[in-house]
Write a protein that binds this ligand. Structure first.
Ligand code: NAD
Length: 327
């Protein structure tokens, strides 16, 4: 492909991806399965790698999420809420491990977590009191959805200790609630939600908190933006402390001492995910040591110390079809 053909292809890909992102992030109503979006994004990244002059700062390959809705008060994140790099097979996980080791010059342990398919949110606590909740938005600016988040019972309004922190997690809709909600929507002649992720996002991005209150939403907290006076050395220590504070963490996380153990963990969840009462779309792998995380740092879009293994595309499409058929 020559540069002119590449430019045309890149423009076409950008246009489709922007349209899909608008439908997904702003309208909470995607028109294509995630696998289609992921495949086009990958094509775009590969072309931009081959023709680096054609990469622009506004490319979907460089941007996080979507524009916050004007109806909400905007929240500036103290620390950006980024996306994650992806791995689609074992080899890509080993490539990630190689990059991490090259960047740290040391032995590395990982924490593996379920990748919950919901809406990324940030919760701010001052002296132990929940004061503000926001969406990720475009990574820099999110939407203030405090009132809606207060309706989620598993979000403590006061922590066990008077700490000041900004914690991050995924608000989600359990599978059962999703099926029930769509049944009601359909019987009212309304358009059903495409999947639990969009149902959770659509419920939390409502101006009336009574709607969110009725939707049986839940949350798992998995990371920290800012934690004043915290002395943890590792992500795993932080997960333990978060739990002690009363923050709901997912119990399935596991510390792995090398990438082969990570791969075993990933494989073990390909089948088992169906048994969970919430949707996951992959596994998140994070370097455990916080000093090593700092050394590795971030790209414009994602941390270099973490990646998301995405479950196989075929399965993702089948799953989406199954959901569509079952509601
Ligand atoms: P991502 O979903 O691939 O990864 C980042 C997100 O993972 C974080 O923001 C966080 O919300 C979430 N996450 C869940 N569990 C986590 C955990 N344990 N630790 C850390 N993070 C965790 O990236 P993205 O930028 O949010 O979105 C891309 C996704 O959205 C892709 O799956 C893509 O297919 C989908 N998408 C689909 C369409 C469509 O039209 N179908 C359009 C745009 C995006």
């Amino acid at each position: 492909m020559n540069a002119m053909e590449a430019q045309q292809k890149i423009e076409a890909l950008k246009q489709s991806l922007e349209q899909y992102s608008y439908e997904y992030y702003t309208l909470d109503a995607p028109s294509v399965p995630d696998a289609v979006y992921d495949q086009k994004l990958r094509e775009l990244i590969e072309l931009e790698e081959e023709f680096p002059d054609l990469q622009t700062p506004d490319s979907p390959s460089q941007r996080v999420g979507g524009k916050p809705l004007d109806a909400f008060v905007k929240v500036q994140h103290d620390i950006p809420m980024l996306s994650l790099g992806n791995a689609f097979d074992d080899q890509e996980l080993r490539d990630f491990d190689r990059r991490v080791k090259n960047g740290t010059d040391n032995e590395v342990s990982y924490v593996c977590e379920l990748k919950i398919d919901g809406l990324a949110v940030s919760l701010k606590y001052e002296d132990g009191v929940f004061v503000r909740g926001a969406t990720r938005g475009d990574g820099t600016t999110g939407e203030d959805i405090t009132k809606n988040l207060r309706t989620i019972r598993n979000i403590p309004l006061r922590l066990e200790e008077p700490v000041t922190l900004e914690v991050r997690g995924e608000a989600y809709m359990p599978k059962k609630s999703f099926i029930g909600l769509n049944e009601v929507k359909e019987s009212n002649g309304e358009e059903p939600f495409a999947n639990p992720r969009n149902a959770a996002a659509g419920s939390l991005r409502q101006l009336d908190p009574k709607i969110a209150a009725k939707r049986n939403l839940d949350i798992f907290l998995y990371g920290i933006g800012v934690w004043e006076n915290d002395s943890s050395d590792s992500h795993s220590q932080r997960l333990e402390k978060m739990k002690d504070l009363g923050l709901k963490t997912n119990p399935e996380w596991k510390k792995c001492n090398d990438i082969e153990a990570v791969i075993d963990y990933v494989h073990s969840w390909v089948e088992r995910r169906a048994d969970l009462d919430y949707e996951i779309d992959g596994i998140v792998i994070k370097v455990d040591d916080l000093d090593q995380q700092e050394t590795l740092g971030f790209t414009a879009k994602s941390p270099r110390w973490a990646t998301a293994y995405k479950f196989p595309a075929e399965e993702a499409v089948t799953k989406l079809n199954e959901i569509e058929l079952s509601v």
